[in-house]
Design a protein around this ligand. Structure first.
Ligand code: SAM
Length: 300
């Protein structure tokens, strides 16, 4: 296993999938778990289901982690088995607590899946491919496509390297964060701010440094929409829609219960629904749908 994969595995085994509260993992510290954002985040999670076959024999969850959010369980509700594949043993042990006999648990690398071609009726891979060394991303997409049955769909979610939409708000985010620090210095209670080196999935953007003694995140490497359309699209039909257009940093800075936060997120969700392709390409988190044709040729 490469040095990068070793590091990622070690991070999730020892830090990311450690419970830090009732049913809350260290990894979730970078999710926005505040009540004000709950509905928006819930609905974004459910977007994945629109594209998957609702039922079947096997659903592959590539980089499943512990299947940490309740919405994730819905994806495989009417499947016979959810096959959780992950390089972290801790992830799979935790996933088993949620899925029990409805799950099958395989320590595996998403870039080298130990499954026969076309055995899965549905495939999801959420926030995982970005943990691979860049030169293996395409291989991981091709592996997901290889194991997907003909006529079925896979959904892949990873953050883009940059987001034009979130960048529009950067001055406002900085201003809100400065205000927060001023309030904190004055001794006023403020919500905990998000570590600015991390994103919604809780990973460093790249590199392998550590903050203090325990690493807060691990290696990630991301692409832009052009790469997906050109490089991935060369091998399989891809459609880029929106999963969630904003980062946790955006939400923590600009969404507050007393400043119309819920209404703002409702409006944002409606906007994303209306323009899913724009927000898929220019927001932060795309939902990439891969559909394997009914009469797919042998794997390219
Ligand atoms: C950010 S977590 C996401 C977990 C889950 N999909 C979710 O959305 O909550 C990334 C997961 O991918 C796993 N992972 C990282 N690199 C992997 C690889 N090469 N093959 C399989 N799993 C991997 C990690 O162990 C971790 O459980």
């Amino acid at each position: 296993m490469s040095e990068v994969k070793q590091e990622v595995k070690q991070f999730y085994d020892q830090v990311g999938w450690k419970l830090v509260g009732a049913d809350v993992y260290q990894n979730a510290r970078y999710e926005d778990l505040r009540p004000v954002s709950r509905q928006y985040i819930h609905e974004c999670h459910l977007r994945v289901m629109r594209h998957l076959s609702p039922s079947g024999r096997f659903l592959l969850d590539a980089g499943s982690g512990p299947v940490q959010y309740p919405e994730y369980l819905e994806y495989s509700r009417d499947y016979q088995y959810r096959v959780c594949a992950d390089i972290s043993l801790t992830a799979l042990q935790e996933a088993r607590k949620r899925l029990g006999d409805r799950g099958l648990y395989v320590v595996a690398d998403v870039a080298n899946l130990p499954f026969k071609a076309e055995v899965f009726d549905g495939v999801v891979s959420l926030h995982t491919i970005h943990h691979l060394p860049e030169e293996e991303h395409l291989r991981a997409f091709r592996e997901l496509y290889r194991v997907l049955a003909q006529g079925k769909k896979a959904v892949v979610v990873n953050g883009w390297s940059a987001s034009r939409w979130v960048n529009y708000f950067e001055p406002l985010i900085r201003f809100a964060n400065r205000l927060r620090h001023v309030f904190a210095r004055l001794g006023w209670t403020v919500e905990e701010s998000v570590d600015e080196t991390n994103d919604a999935a809780g990973q460093r953007k790249a590199g392998r440094g550590k903050t203090g003694g325990t690493p807060k995140g691990t290696f990630t490497s991301k692409h832009d929409a052009e790469w997906v359309k050109r490089d991935v699209g060369h091998y399989m039909p891809v459609e880029i829609l929106v999963w969630r257009s904003v980062t946790v940093r955006f939400m923590r800075a600009l969404i507050h219960p007393r400043l119309g936060g819920r209404a703002l997120l409702r409006w944002l969700y409606a906007l994303e629904e209306r323009y899913p392709r724009y927000f898929g390409e220019h927001g932060k988190y795309p939902l990439i749908v891969i559909q394997k044709p009914e009469e797919a040729d042998s794997i390219p």
